[in-house]
Design a protein around this ligand. Structure first.
Ligand code: GAR
Length: 217
């Protein structure tokens, strides 16, 4: 049976695009939902025959009512997995609890470094030599939650925010579809609050994930 995936976006939607283009066997991209009517990624989804919806946060008085409307739109599609792909809203604890174990996010830093905004500028300012992206389960705390996969890129001496962002984004487009693939194959498990990727056989574990840019295809 195919697994229903609902992807939430706020803007460009390039991570959503990467997931859709990956055509993951067993994954049904049931819907793309945006919190902004002008989210550019909606066009791509429409052109690819994917159901789209907008739940405009500006139409709601507070986070609770927005999140309730969002959950209603999502649950129409009976999702096995809800994927935040550049979805720039802080979610309520109640919303997060409703999707425990099936809500993931991608963040453009090697968490727990640089949660929040402007991660590439902050990485440059801090002088770190490695930067990257993380996919994690969503918890009530912003950009927290068990990490499923990370990809690292070197920070070069001549990098600026744009060049670093582009290098990280290329890795995001690699690790997010990979994560969705693992979910579809039931290979992601939570053990003692930490995410593990199994090799797909009952009881087996210890899968090692290629983590660096050098390991990319
Ligand atoms: C991505 O870089 C994603 O990691 C980031 O927003 C961008 C969205 O790009 N998300 C966050 O900062 C979440 N804290 P996209 O719309 O092209 O996928």
């Amino acid at each position: 049976m195919n697994k229903n995936i609902v992807i939430l976006i706020s803007g460009r939607g390039s991570n959503m695009e990467a997931i859709v283009r990956s055509a993951i066997p067993g994954a049904h991209i049931a819907a793309v939902i945006a919190n902004r009517p002008d989210a550019a990624g909606l066009d791509f989804a429409n052109r690819h025959g994917i159901a789209t919806a907008v739940v405009d946060h500006k139409a709601y008085a507070n986070r609770e009512t927005f999140d309730a409307a969002l959950a209603e739109a999502i649950d129409t599609h009976a999702p096995h997995l809800v994927v935040l792909a550049g979805f720039m809203r802080v979610l309520t604890a109640r919303f997060v609890a409703h999707y425990t174990g099936r809500l993931i996010n991608i963040h453009p830093s090697l968490l727990p470094a640089f949660p929040g905004l402007h991660t590439h500028a902050r990485a440059l300012e801090s002088g770190v030599k490695l930067h990257g992206a993380s996919v994690h389960f969503v918890t009530a705390d912003l950009d927290c939650g068990p990490i499923i996969i990370q990809a690292a890129v070197p920070v070069r001496d001549d990098d600026d925010e744009q060049s670093l962002a582009a290098r990280v984004l290329a890795q995001e487009h690699r690790i997010y579809p990979q994560t969705v693939r693992w979910f579809v194959d039931d290979r992601v498990v939570l053990v003692d609050g930490r995410a593990r990727v199994t090799n797909g056989q009952s009881g087996a574990e210890g899968w090692t994930v290629p983590l660096t840019e050098a390991d990319s295809p």
